[in-house]
Design a protein around this ligand. Structure first.
Ligand SMILES: [Ca+2]
Length: 273
């Protein structure tokens, strides 16, 4: 009987050890991929890019800094400005998004958003929101707003009221500094401020599925200002464009398939509960 109990105890021990080994092993770190450049195009090196998206052959760009903020339509091939509307002081322009025939632009700390006609950028009105405004994009139901925290807000496009929120995590760690946003084939892509990383976020869970490292692009060294910021996706043409604040180039890129080492991603995916 004793032998049987010992055998059962040993079996239990093995089972528990196996369970820990196979099921309790910490999740693998989030993979980081490089990219290849398909083409590069001129970009206004005076544009402090805070928002960027593509629609019907045109890039829409929002710029920041008090005094140089505004919204513009740009030829993606040449960088030529097609139309422009300035955002005067004291406002600091941030993200921009289109919903039907209107554009919505947020500002950094002014809690004020502005609405424009998409075709000629003529001002239509304003709206307010709590906290800060960083990036904007949309899915088929809502505008999506980042504010520097790990929480994305989903806004009703008609009322701009918050309808839901999503906390973004990578390997279980909250991801802060989510900046310019883009909806790309069912994922939310986000520049992470002061890094070369773009997070690819599962919109159902908030989990970062992978990172794209854009460190190969843009001016060096990176200062406080000239960081990557700006993701635009041509869904019909499957073309992905990225740029940065004060960058002289806009790049069409293709994410790579091989993982790369990234100390920044290691830092983002390491946290203590
Ligand atoms: Ca964007």
């Amino acid at each position: 009987m004793k032998k049987l109990i010992l055998a059962l105890a040993a079996l239990l021990l093995v089972a528990v050890a196996a369970w820990f080994l196979f099921f309790r092993t910490p999740a693998a770190a989030v993979p980081v991929y490089g990219l290849t450049v398909v083409s590069s195009h001129p970009h206004d090196p005076q544009a402090f890019t805070e928002g960027l998206f593509y629609r019907d052959g045109v890039l829409y760009e929002s710029t920041g800094e008090v005094g140089t903020s505004g919204i513009r339509k740009v030829n993606p091939q040449t960088g030529a400005v097609i139309a422009e509307e300035q955002l005067p002081a004291p406002y600091f322009g941030e993200g921009v998004v289109a919903w039907k025939d209107r554009l919505f632009q947020v500002t950094w700390k002014d809690k004020a958003g502005f609405i424009y006609k998409a075709d000629d950028l003529s001002p239509l009105g304003s709206f307010t929101y709590a906290g800060e405004g960083w990036g904007l994009t949309h899915n088929d139901k809502a505008l999506i707003l980042s504010d520097g925290t790990p929480t994305l807000r989903f806004l009703d496009p008609e009322t701009q009221a918050v309808v839901s929120t999503l906390t973004v995590t990578a390997n279980g760690c909250p991801v802060r500094q989510l900046n310019e946003l883009e909806w790309v084939d069912g994922e939310i892509w986000a520049n992470i401020w002061q890094t070369d990383l773009i997070a690819r976020i599962d919109p159902a869970t908030g989990k970062v599925r992978s990172f794209v490292d854009v460190g190969a692009l843009g001016p060096k060294p990176r200062g406080q200002d000239n960081v990557p910021n700006g993701i635009a996706y041509d869904a019909a043409g499957k073309r992905l464009f990225v740029t940065g604040k004060l960058w002289p180039q806009l790049y069409q890129v293709q994410p790579g398939t091989a993982t790369v080492a990234s100390p920044a991603a290691e830092a983002l995916t390491s946290c203590t509960p």
